[in-house]
Design a protein around this ligand. Structure first.
Ligand SMILES: [Zn+2]
Ligand SMILES: [Zn+2]
Length: 342
């Protein structure tokens, strides 16, 4: 192992990422040093570069990336759970406080003190990175490092949302937005035995949705909500579309006593009629990423049935260009940095 590594840093809002050669970090107590094999490129990385949902610029320069997969090459003092040589994930969640009511009741991804890789702490757009032993997860052998990477944020975020939807055989779920999260959502909902309805504004995405196993697919903006209602409505609606425009379709589509789970970042407000809420008994909730246990359950599910979206491998040197392509909407599945490529 050399002394330095290459990493892609956010240096200022709106500025391109810079590839820098910096010292390899040293793991502290409870920390593992991993040598990255892959790291997915998430829309939240783009948000940090833009400064839209971002950490204070004082945390810059900051290494982006929170969908990393790597091999443990060194362990800090006190590590006892994971051996050197294990293949583990660098997930979105770096750590949480571990002692508040939210953490102790099994909802740690809502912890007010949580710290995220690529937002508060250096992430995985680097040849080496630090993860907390207690917050990482071992990647099952059946899942390749490229397939595993997007599970660490996109996959577990979809899984966390679906776990709040009360699904099962005989239930119908409407999935709004068929980007990477929605594509995982379709596959996970199918595995839960639900009937899946996909909605997107892009006809090509509806084709992908059918290929991923959606039973029905409707174009947003063409009364998708009414069409779902006509076929019996949805017991749950999950929103993965980063737009307030789908809200009316969600309200129309969702059955009485159903659930609406909001996952996508939508900064604009939507209108909520309290009489509608009283009259329908619908539960509206939000979902943020997923817990450590949900990540492990998702990885087990992926190993058992195979969960995959379209993956495009890129070298680390193209990390900034990858964010540009995301911003222009040119990516249907996931771009994954493959550290063997440059
Ligand atoms: Zn992410
Ligand atoms: Zn907490």
């Amino acid at each position: 192992m050399g002394q330095t590594m290459r990493a892609a840093f956010a240096v200022a809002y709106g500025k391109p990422l810079e590839i820098r050669e910096v010292p390899i970090p040293v793991p502290g107590a409870g920390e593992l040093l991993i040598k990255l094999e892959t790291c997915g490129v998430c829309h939240s990385d783009l948000d940090v570069r833009k400064g839209s949902t971002a950490p204070p610029e004082s945390t810059f320069p900051l290494i982006l990336g929170h969908e990393g997969v790597g091999i443990v090459v060194a362990r800090g003092p006190g590590c006892s759970l994971i051996a050197e040589g294990a293949r583990v994930g660098l997930p979105w969640m770096h750590d949480t406080c571990g002692h508040c009511r939210v953490c102790l009741t099994g909802h740690e991804s809502f912890c007010a003190e949580h710290r995220g890789h690529s937002v508060d702490v250096n992430g995985g757009f680097a040849e080496y990175a630090i993860v907390k032993e207690a917050y990482t997860a071992i990647i099952p052998e059946a899942i390749s490092s490229a397939e595993a990477a997007p599970l660490l944020c996109a996959g577990v975020t979809a899984y966390g949302g679906l776990m709040k939807a009360g699904l099962g055989p005989g239930k119908t779920v409407a999935i709004f937005g068929i980007g990477g999260l929605g594509q995982y959502g379709i596959q996970i909902a199918r595995a839960m035995g639900a009937t899946v309805v996909a909605v997107d504004a892009n006809p090509a995405k509806l084709e992908i949705a059918r290929r991923m196993g959606a039973d029905h697919a409707f174009l947003a903006g063409e009364d998708a909500g009414g069409q779902i209602r006509d076929m019996g409505g949805a017991d749950a609606s999950i929103n993965f579309a980063p737009s307030p425009r789908v809200w009316n379709d969600i309200v129309t589509a969702t059955n009485r006593l159903g659930r609406i789970v909001s996952v996508a970042q939508v900064p604009e407000p939507v209108s909520l009629n309290l009489e509608w809420l009283i009259g329908t008994g619908i539960q509206v909730t939000g979902s943020s990423v997923g817990t450590r246990q949900e990540l492990r359950d998702l990885l087990d599910l992926g190993a058992a049935i195979g969960l995959s979206i379209d993956i495009e491998r890129i070298p680390l040197s193209k990390a900034d260009e990858a964010l540009d392509r995301l911003e222009r909407g040119e990516v249907d599945g996931r771009q994954v940095i493959d550290f063997s490529l440059d």
